[in-house]
Design a protein around this ligand. Sequence first.
Ligand code: NDP
Length: 266
Amino acid sequence: MDRYAVIGHPVEHSRSPLIHQAFARQSGQTLEYGRVLAPLDDFAGTVARLREAGYHGCNVTVPFKLEAFHLAERLTARAQAAQAVNTLRFDPAGIHGDNTDGAGLVQDLRHNLKVVIAQQRVLLLGAGGAAQGVLHPLLAEAPQRLVIANRSLERAEALRQQSGAHNVQTATFAALQGETFDLVINATSAGLHGEHLPLPTGLFAPEAMAYDLMYGQETPFMAFARSQGARVADGLGMLVEQAAESFLFWRGVRPETAAIIARLRA
Ligand code: NDP
């Protein structure tokens, strides 16, 4: 049986096995998908052992996406642009790396939530691995402007320079005072620890969408956005959509996602 896994540290919380097994059933494919906890100092060794054991590929989660980028011998254009990899395929010719996070986010926004990004004012909060992965796919949707705001301005600035786009700016959270956006995406990990982002009021335009990449819990960002009258979505749809993109990369079929998103939500 073809075998896949998600590699992370920690990894026991991952819902990827459930999602990929559902995709396999739905598309009539037979595969096994597990969780692999890699030691923090031995991601490459863990991948090598999976290859030797005959695995076909893996998903990569925190904190190994950068290591996966360096380990891959070939990269898709979107992995190259993101400089991070969340999907590895073990081909006879070597390890092929992809990054499906950004495509997953855009698919969730556009198709599931019916959010238009083109010509809109977009605020991206955070400049870590997740922000890096979603920036280029967001820019490909041609927003009017995109501001990256991060606690560390230096990191936001590095991401802006890497994007090479003329309509990307950076800001500290404090400098957002007086600014208004149609789409605000929280790609920080502040919500993991229940921490508030020091965001000013008045940030959301009428009908604005606040999207938090976190899922499974109401974050302070979601609560703040609700209090400001914004529409709010969590990252569960992105999780399933990025998994569907990985499944496509491995198996050549893009599964239907709506039923699985609904099931996970229930
Ligand atoms: P990283 O550790 O790479 O980056 C963390 C980011 O959060 C940095 O920008 C950091 O700012 C910022 N941050 C952390 N704590 C605070 C705080 N208290 N106040 C302000 N900013 C803070 O994490 P990732 O980018 O990999 O992940 C970010 C989030 O996205 C996670 O919650 C993760 O679960 C989620 N995610 C969801 C996915 C999905 O499919 N739904 C896919 C991928 C990620 P600084 O640079 O200043 O330290």
